[in-house]
Write a protein that binds this ligand. Structure first.
Ligand SMILES: [Zn+2]
Length: 58
């Protein structure tokens, strides 16, 4: 996987936390060792399911 900005080497980082909407985040983000660009698994998911509505709040 190459950085989308500089095509540099991306290092996987395990990530556990909460998003701004208090959604539990369990996943892997990728950080470019070259320019520091971070590609988050949530960002990737949001891009992938843009056409599909998210789970509605209870
Ligand atoms: Zn980069």
């Amino acid at each position: 996987m190459g950085c989308e900005r500089c095509n540099g080497w991306m290092m996987p980082e395990r990530r556990v936390g909460h998003s701004a909407s208090d959604e539990l985040i369990l996943g892997v983000s990728w950080r470019c060792v070259n320019c520091g660009n971070v590609v988050d698994s949530v960002i990737i998911r949001n891009r992938a399911v843009r056409a599909v509505p998210a789970v509605p709040p209870a």
